[in-house]
Design a protein around this ligand. Sequence first.
Ligand SMILES: Nc1ncnc2c1ncn2[C@@H]1O[C@H](COP(=O)(O)OP(=O)(O)OP(=O)(O)O)[C@@H](O)[C@H]1O
Length: 359
Amino acid sequence: MNLNTLSLVNYKNFESQVFDFDTKINCFVGANGIGKTNALDAIYHLAFGKSYFNPIAVQNINHNADFFVVDGKFTKNERDEKIIVSLKRGQKKVIKKNGKAYEKFSEHIGFIPLVIISPADRDLIIEGSDTRRKFIDSVISQSDKSYLTELINYNKVLSQRNALLKFFALNNTFNADTLAIYNEQLHTYGSEIFKKRDAFLQTFIPIFKSRYEAIAQSEEAINLTYKSDLFNTKLIDLLAKNINKDKALQYTSVGAHKDDLVFTIDEFPIKKFGSQGQQKSFLIALKLAQFDFIKQQSGVSPILLLDDIFDKLDENRVSQIISLVDNEHFGQIFISDTHAERTEDVIKQTHQSYKIFKL
Ligand SMILES: Nc1ncnc2c1ncn2[C@@H]1O[C@H](COP(=O)(O)OP(=O)(O)OP(=O)(O)O)[C@@H](O)[C@H]1O
């Protein structure tokens, strides 16, 4: 999986820019605010059809323009593939593969396998459980198309059930038969989602632990566990058991939408007790495990984006990470860093081909 050329028109701070990439390592270097992360985000756009950093699509259009175009030429399994993502103010975003627009963006997910490691990943530790569920869901969806459909269906039924609970409260009424239809559907989709998340995490957690040990080079007792209401009780029974609570709250208080991942160090929450370096290593291990998992499932090396990852890590961990990516297991890598010299010194240690783009 290689990105050969990237052209940007009016994408964030880039008015018009073309990059021709090395097949192995590419570094964007330059001062704060120059656009290094934006360049990585443009590549992310080609894989996911959206920004990793800014969910408001129009804000990715250059302030002085009314459209953007991100155009990428890839080689995948020895075939040329061209992806274009474009957006015009007031219109819908368009994603094209080899000239043909997708009707559903979800069909594109997984075509360009990609993993990003960025300081914004801290949200996985500090934010609410929905951020961690999104992480699990995005990893599974890259290799399982039906999972994304089940998730969309689950969320649709969930909002219908919540609307019904609100309607009951507002009109001081109750209808067990209508609710039962939603319970059945939630149970069907929710059980499938739980089964897939559980199977995924059983494979993923050991990979994650071995990645962490390799980065930290120590026996730090970190752990990652899957928390779900559905481990001990079927969703249909849980919904029945919690009906009075749900009626009072006017929303569904149990189910796959409440699942979480618990991150610990020495059995304490890493959010409160992990040092900044430990938290960073934890997140990098999580993302490298995501890389391994996707590669295992798809047989293709995902593109790896490393946004500003050297900051806050001691020299040992930096060279550890570089030596980890310095083998055939990894494919094409894109790095952003403020220190041109540090980057070049670190990259030279790898003896891989590289290009440095000074922005
Ligand atoms: N829609 C937009 N139009 C024009 N400029 C934008 C737009 N969105 C963001 N920018 C600009 O992009 C710049 C930030 O770019 P980016 O985050 O890529 O910087 P960086 O080089 O990674 O910096 P750092 O080293 O601080 O992480 C800011 O100057 C910001 O004003």
